[in-house]
Design a protein around this ligand. Structure first.
Ligand code: HEC
Ligand code: HEC
Length: 310
């Protein structure tokens, strides 16, 4: 198994400051901060509480738990493979990773700590005082806190058997089923029209039919733009490691990849009264084997370190 820089080791856990080695780079500092509960009101929650490294920095619950057991209002997406993409959050409310990183600290249902207080705590902590001086030649500020977290996140890039096949020319890296699934993904099922590029996303906001204004009432992008054309649109997520990031969608309504495929195959059966759905979202009439092949393709996007979790 390939050792990757993003996995946390026990000795790098917070609270062991005396033994901790000072970070050498902003990304190393960001990695420490990512698993640092000091950044939450009651010192119980870190970024890694919801973005669990062993599940490709996503959560296994539909809604993650923040400070005082409060529930987040959306499903926690993977924080991997975001370098080169923007904007962030399902509704695109943060333009950069730096800006994004401060959001959850202050968010009352996540870490619930005003960013100024987080910065104050870092500057009162002997280890972090030294660490920020070393990396930024300055005390901690909101800005360099965001810079460090974002620098770490930009290191979280994965590759998968699919890449070995596509880029490395390794024709044995994937099965025949994966190749058939890819063909369905690109053509018959039109997944590729929205999920394309190296990380399988166009970064666009699209409505795939999960908004009806009733039981499905997250308006998504509309809440940021106020434009009725944006009702029910969400940022198209990348699909790397998608086999370990369930449950799926902004509201975690599908537990398995098979359910996601069943949804796309016949959306109306799940949400008959959807509003403002994209014209690409049409019944696909896939048979059992085609569904299985499509799933095999999605699974081939899993980094080998996560394969055992599938
Ligand atoms: C209580 C759970 C929780 C905690 C703690 C948390 N997050 Fe998140 N994170 C979420 C949820 C839920 C979303 C999606 C919210 C939305 O789209 O409105 C999210 C979204 C993100 C995104 C955007 C991903 C994308 O594709 O747009 C990034 C990056 C991220 N979080 C990083 C962090 C960092 C860095 C921290 C720590 C400072 C953190 N998160 C703390 C739950 C959490
Ligand atoms: C019209 C654009 C569009 C098309 C076509 C499309 N998707 Fe999506 N996909 C999205 C958007 C937008 C979301 C996020 C929706 C949400 O969270 O409510 C999404 C979410 C997903 C997710 C969940 C990811 C996660 O982390 O929760 C998977 C898996 C997925 N799509 C696979 C597919 C497959 C397979 C196909 C083809 C059968 C497909 N998509 C077709 C836009 C599209």
């Amino acid at each position: 198994m390939v050792a990757l820089p993003f996995m946390f080791r026990a000795e790098s856990q917070a609270g062991e400051h005396t033994k901790r080695r000072l970070p050498r780079t902003a990304a190393e500092l960001g990695k420490m901060l990512f698993s640092e509960p000091l950044l939450s009101l009651d010192r119980s929650i870190s970024c890694a509480s919801c973005h669990k490294p062993e599940f490709a920095f996503a959560d296994t619950m539909a809604f993650s738990l923040g400070v005082n057991g409060q529930r987040s209002t959306r499903n926690t997406p993977s924080a991997m493979n975001l370098a080169g993409h923007f904007p962030f959050f399902y509704d695109g409310r943060a333009a950069t990773l730096e800006e994004q990183a401060l959001g959850p600290i202050a968010n009352p249902v996540e870490m619930a700590l005003p960013v100024d207080s987080a910065v104050e705590r870092l500057n009162r902590d002997a280890f972090y005082r030294k660490a920020f001086q070393k990396i930024f030649h300055s005390p901690a500020t909101a800005q360099n806190l965001g810079t460090a977290l974002a620098a770490f996140e930009r290191t979280l890039n994965t590759n998968a058997p699919w890449d070995k096949y596509m880029n490395g020319g390794d024709s044995l890296a994937v099965s025949e089923a994966v190749l058939r699934g890819r063909e369905i993904f690109n053509n018959k099922a039109k997944c590729f029209d929205c999920h394309k590029g190296v990380d399988f996303t166009t970064d666009e906001f699209r409505n795939i039919g999960l908004y009806n204004g009733k039981n499905l009432n997250d308006r998504g992008r509309f809440d940021i733009t106020g434009d009725s054309a944006d009702l029910g649109k969400f940022k198209t997520p990348g699909l790397r490691n998608v086999s370990v990031t369930g449950p799926y969608m902004h509201n975690g309504m599908f537990a398995t990849l098979r359910e996601v495929i069943d949804y796309y195959n016949d959306p109306q059966q799940f949400v008959p009264d959807a509003v403002n759905t994209d014209s690409l979202i049409q019944p696909l009439f896939l048979n059992e084997r085609q569904k299985t092949d499509l799933e095999a393709f999605l699974r081939s996007l899993t980094h080998e370190q996560f394969v055992h979790r599938r």
